[in-house]
Write a protein that binds this ligand. Structure first.
Ligand SMILES: *Cc1c(COP(=O)(O)O)cnc(C)c1O
Length: 396
């Protein structure tokens, strides 16, 4: 048999972590890695954070799972906390980012259905977006590598240029339900939308009774130095998907909505077997205990400024490789003049973990708990690696 027991859909690198400690991962043979990938923006508290691991262990010993057919004191408490800290009035818990986006899409469609406008089904989405890998979410993007071979896609998505307000407004018609976007595109190459763009979308949503749906799966939960990136934009969405960092590594997502936006989500319209079980709620609460306060968020912004300015000083020393740095908070992208995937693979051989993204960007997504010494270690090691790096012929 040629196929591997793990379905071969990932180009798995030679890094094989078996243990983690803070900002470091250790491989099977004891190799040490500085983890500035954090499971792709998931391990907000690094690895083995005592508060998170204790919360999970204690809850596992008490009660792991019960059905959503029963009352959920754990779910009510965490939902209340999310409501207290955000624009939202109500929350649906999921096990992943894509399920949170699915719930957001269903909530937006159902809003118009409940309002007597069942024809308003279409979401305007954006080029290079990444919303996950279900049929609905691949239908919401235009990236061939995600779509090819999976037709027929789901109707009801209309992809236009990102950060182009004119194009977005021109796409609105009688069947439009709203807009679905990452305020800061992650997988597409760490591209923050402009404030004018986001505010322009909010304005037309208010004027035309459309749903503004944010996918903050990657940029949410303190990653940017704001609890959610919408705060940076000074605009609130109607519906928002959150995941990745929200469980600190435990599989957890959430779809948040205002009371108005959720008017169609009545009994029987949605569900999940695992979603919001007591173990997941304990993980979410533990992460929030640490990150959901102004002191922690201010710390993220300070560290982010240090990291960014250290990168901005160092990158020009290797200007044959690097164009510059972009992003917000600890969601940074180094734009390269050469293939970023090859460079990210090279960095792994030097014990540095980052993540490649579209547009030849290296994503820098460290745990939010990094210290000054880790910033120095990262920037020094990156600089040394860049000095040694020979651009492979096929990547030049
Ligand atoms: C990762 C990601 C998703 C999908 O999350 P999964 O947990 O992999 O399902 C959706 N949207 C954005 C912006 C993401 O970064």
């Amino acid at each position: 048999m040629a196929i591997t027991p793990l379905m071969p859909v990932y180009p798995r690198s030679p890094v094989r972590p078996v243990r983690g400690e803070g900002v470091y991962l250790y491989g099977e043979k004891g190799e040490k890695y500085l983890d500035f990938a954090a499971g792709i923006a998931v391990n907000l508290l690094g690895h083995g954070h005592p508060h998170l691991t204790k919360a999970i262990a204690d809850q596992a010993a008490t009660l792991i799972h019960v059905s959503n057919l029963y009352g959920s004191p754990q779910g009510e408490a965490f939902a209340q906390r999310l409501v207290d800290h955000t624009f939202a009035d109500t929350v649906f818990f999921t096990n992943s980012g894509v399920e949170a986006v699915e719930c957001a899409i269903k909530t937006a469609r159902r809003y118009h259905f409940a309002g007597g406008n069942p024809h308003r089904t279409n979401l305007i989405t954006f080029k290079n977006a990444f919303h996950g890998r279900t049929m609905a979410t691949i239908s919401a993007t235009d990236q061939p590598k995600m779509i090819d071979g999976f037709a027929p896609l789901l109707p009801g998505f209309n992809v236009v240029e990102f950060d182009n307000l004119e194009a977005a407004l021109a796409a609105v018609d009688d069947n439009t339900a709203g807009f679905l976007l990452e305020p800061i595109q992650g997988e597409g190459g760490i591209r923050p939308a402009s404030k004018e763009f986001i505010r322009g979308l909010r304005k037309v949503c208010d004027e035309k009774d459309l749903m503004l749906v944010f996918d903050e799966v990657q940029c949410g939960v303190a990653r940017t130095g704001y609890l959610y990136a919408y705060e940076y934009y000074g605009v609130t969405p109607d519906i928002m998907a959150s995941a990745k960092g929200i469980g600190g590594g435990f599989p957890l997502g959430a779809c948040l909505a205002t009371e108005k936006a959720a008017r169609g989500m009545v009994i029987g319209t949605h569900g999940s077997t695992y979603g919001g079980n007591p173990l997941a709620m304990a993980a979410g609460q533990a992460v929030f205990d640490i990150v959901a306060n102004e002191e922690f968020l201010a710390g993220v912004r300070t560290k982010a400024e240090r990291l960014r300015s250290a990168l901005e000083q160092m990158l020009p020393n290797h200007d044959h490789l690097f164009e510059g740095v972009r992003g917000l908070g600890l969601m940074l992208g180094i734009k390269m003049k050469t293939d970023s995937r090859a460079f990210v693979a090279y960095l792994r051989t030097k014990g540095l973990l980052t993540v490649a993204a579209g547009d030849n960007v290296v994503r820098v997504l460290p745990p939010l708990t990094i210290e000054e010494e880790h910033i120095r270690e990262f920037v020094d090691a990156l600089s040394a690696a860049a000095a040694d790096y020979e651009v492979p012929a096929e990547a030049a």
